[in-house]
Design a binder for this molecule. Structure first.
Ligand SMILES: [Zn+2]
Length: 466
């Protein structure tokens, strides 16, 4: 099965010039048709062109070759979708090589928009690069997934691939990536250094760079946790590293082992979000831990670490079924609190989420927990329903089937869908199998009922009683 993973080989050259930060890249993608149909086209995604959570930078194609011959792809969906015509239809099991030249411009200082996550950005000498290279779109039951970028939730739905990435930077630049650096392979050329990275099976390849990064390290089992931060942020970074390392230990034990040799934790200026997850790397706001004992900051860190299991290793369609990774990452953060701070603190966290969920329902948000990203209008209705409502579902499930079946179910979910794409249906079936119980009533009540019906029912109840 490993043979059918797409392989990305990329060279990129960074330009950290403060006036116009950006990069040039050359990429070779070796794609094997793992579907049961003949493919006429392939699709690549240029996510930063969707702006919104990416800010106002861009990612531009210069040249595309298919099997050595230049083609002229069609760009659609706000230039985030590239339709690459194949000269010859690709049968199941067939292989094709794409060569792509591209360049990117990075937005500066969050481009002044509120829903900018700061993930394709240059500020205070730090460059963050999410989705900086053309990545293959996912082909699934619905065909090709070519959704636009929205102003809330996550944008990237991708299959795992294997990466070899070389990055040329000005000398003395500290680089953090989703992969790990091949020891002894970096080379010096005048004032530039080229670093070489490889990855295990991973859904994405995130990069951050700065000349000013300082680093703290901690070992957890066979994994090194590296914390990158800017001068003046030592206290928050120590706290972030401590919680990340402990969360890694807790989740290794509860769900199954984290598969990579490194986990990078970046503590960055992120004014509009508490944290963001990428495979092998998490971004945390340096505004966290203003109180070092703060439970909410701990939950945010544990949530992003949990995404390594739920989203990183177990993939899902983040547009159509965003609750699959978000609800479980959120409930996992409560499990971290339960394991480290005890039952009372855990119950306090659940009570807080219950209140936020109830308030969103009372405000008229009727989308069910399992709704697609498009059923919401912003993070203010998306988060309480999908994250908190979804986490409360997991708690109700645990109370119904008991701890043994619940944790067995989570471990089995992690094992069965490792490096694959899970779906709501498969997850729910798995918990029925593991517990040996029929759970349709619980699923219907929590996951599929539209909120407005619940609200009307509770009002009727009040009228009847009153
Ligand atoms: Zn999340």
């Amino acid at each position: 099965e490993a043979l059918s993973l797409p392989r990305y080989k990329i060279h990129m050259k960074m330009n950290l010039d403060q006036e116009s930060p950006g990069f040039q890249g050359e990429e070779t993608i070796t794609f094997i048709n793992g579907e049961e149909i003949i493919l006429e086209n392939l699709y690549l995604r240029l996510y930063p062109n969707g702006h919104k959570t990416y800010g106002n930078g861009s990612l531009n194609l210069i040249k595309v070759l298919v099997a050595g011959r230049e083609v002229h792809p069609v760009l659609t969906v706000e230039e985030t979708v590239v339709e690459v015509p194949l000269q010859e239809p690709l049968p199941p099991g067939g292989q094709v090589k794409l060569e792509v030249e591209f360049e990117g411009e990075i937005s500066k200082d969050f481009a002044g928009v509120r829903f900018n996550y700061g993930v394709y950005n240059y500020t205070q000498g730090v460059m963050t690069l999410a989705n900086w290279y053309p990545i293959l779109a996912v082909y699934d039951d619905e065909g090709w997934n070519l959704d636009p970028v929205y102003g809330w939730g996550d944008a990237v739905y991708s299959d795992v691939g294997l990466y070899e990435v070389s990055i040329s930077t000005p000398a003395k630049t500290v680089v953090a990536t989703s992969g790990f650096e091949v020891p002894g392979k970096s080379s010096q050329n005048g004032n530039a250094t080229t670093h070489f990275y490889v990855s295990g099976p991973t859904r994405d390849f995130f990069i951050a760079l700065s000349r000013d990064f300082q680093v703290l390290k901690r070992e957890v089992g066979d994994t090194v946790v590296n914390c990158y931060f800017l001068p003046g942020k030592l206290a928050v970074s120590r706290a972030a590293l401590e919680v990340s390392a402990t969360a890694l230990e807790v989740f290794d034990r509860l769900f199954g082992l984290y598969p990579y040799v490194e986990l990078d934790v970046l503590v960055l200026p992120l004014p509009f979000t508490g944290g963001v997850e990428y495979p092998g790397i998490i971004l945390l706001s340096d505004g966290l831990f203003s109180d070092l004992d703060d439970t909410i900051s701990r939950s945010v860190v544990a949530h992003e670490v949990a995404h390594q299991w739920w989203y990183g290793v177990v993939g899902s369609d983040v547009i159509d079924e965003p609750w699959l990774d978000e609800a479980l990452a959120t409930y996992s953060s409560a499990l971290y609190i339960e394991e480290t701070l005890g039952k009372t603190c855990f119950e306090g966290v659940l009570a807080d989420w219950q209140e936020r969920y109830t308030r969103a329902r009372a405000a008229g948000t009727c989308a069910s927990i399992t709704s697609p990203v498009t059923s919401f209008t912003s993070n203010s209705d998306y988060t309480p329903i999908v994250y908190y409502g979804g986490a409360l579902f997991y708690h109700a499930l645990r109370e119904r089937i008991g701890d043994e079946a619940f944790f067995e179910g989570l471990r089995e979910y992690y094992r069965q869908f490792r490096y694959k794409i899970a779906t709501t249906e498969k997850l729910l079936t798995l918990f029925e199998e593991v517990s040996g119980e029929e759970l349709d009533d619980l699923y219907e009540e929590w996951l599929f009922a539209e909120g407005i019906i619940i609200l009307l029912e509770s009002k009727n109840l009040l009228f009847e009683e009153g």
